[in-house]
Design a protein around this ligand. Structure first.
Ligand SMILES: Nc1ncnc2c1ncn2[C@@H]1O[C@H](COP(=O)(O)OP(=O)(O)OP(=O)(O)O)[C@@H](O)[C@H]1O
Ligand SMILES: [Mg+2]
Length: 231
């Protein structure tokens, strides 16, 4: 039986904006097993990015529990959380968050250094990933010289660097044209077959849901299963 890599139980999160409190997550439940690709849908502002951020320990929750690879992250110290983020989670940000002073190759190498990989090994793995994402001709370019689609693919390469157990992808194809969006999604969802990675991917692109094992939707702060992924 596949093991559980992510378990979100009764999770609540509110944000205070000036004098208002916005309740974003209101009892979110989600379990993802090894090798599953789950797509997360929902209108803009419904809290999709917040779900990914709380799972990665980037935003603290108000109530509930989140277990990543069997560890309750609310009980982790900052140091333990950093380790989980480096070793178990690959995050593809909606706004890339690349290091602008480093080349594409160096951006992919950074996570490998954080887990103690030697330069030669980090360089070789990073070059392979950039090749896989058809960015080999941009290896020595800085982020400011890359297109939106190239930046997105670079963010994906960096997220894959440490072969994470779970990839949290926040609209990883939002900046790509339809053809590239399908190509990148197919590449992402083929990873579980090769590596048993699990994926939680936010998307607005309903056509891409055909590649998911299942879909969930944020409705009024709770996650509901979507009966069908194909529209
Ligand atoms: N750090 C924060 N401080 C205050 N409010 C926040 C913060 N992060 C998110 N929010 C608010 O929480 C709500 C959900 O935001 P979130 O970014 O998770 O939505 P989303 O579903 O990812 O939207 P989109 O599809 O536009 O990316 C929004 O009202 C947003 O303004
Ligand atoms: Mg978002």
């Amino acid at each position: 039986m596949n093991s559980i890599v992510l378990k979100i139980s009764n999770c609540y999160k509110s944000f205070c904006k000036s004098s208002n409190t916005v309740e974003v997550l209101k009892g979110v439940e989600l379990t993802i097993k090894q090798g599953e690709t789950v797509m997360l849908l929902g209108p803009s502002g419904s809290g999709k990015s917040t779900v990914l951020h709380v799972v990665a320990g980037l935003t603290p929750i108000d109530k509930g529990t989140i277990e990543v690879c069997g560890v309750n992250i609310s009980e982790c110290t900052e140091k333990q959380m950093l380790r989980i983020r480096r070793e178990n989670i690959g995050f593809i940000f909606q706004d890339f968050r690349l290091l602008k002073g480093l080349t594409a190759l160096e951006n992919v190498m950074v996570p490998l250094f954080t887990v103690g990989k030697k330069y030669i090994e980090a360089e070789s793995r990073s070059k392979n990933l950039l090749k896989m994402l058809e960015l080999d001709h941009r290896m020595y370019h800085y982020p400011k010289h890359l297109s939106g689609g190239e930046l997105q693919r670079l963010g994906i390469a960096r997220a894959l660097a440490n072969s994470p157990q779970i990839i949290l992808a926040d609209e990883p194809t939002g900046n790509l044209d339809q053809k590239l969006a399908h190509g990148i999604t197919k590449m992402l969802v083929s990873l579980p077959n090769k590596t048993d990675t699990s994926i939680l991917m936010v998307t607005h692109n309903q056509q891409l849901t055909q590649y998911a094992s299942r879909c969930v939707e944020l409705v009024d702060g709770c996650l509901k299963a979507r009966e069908s992924c194909i529209y």
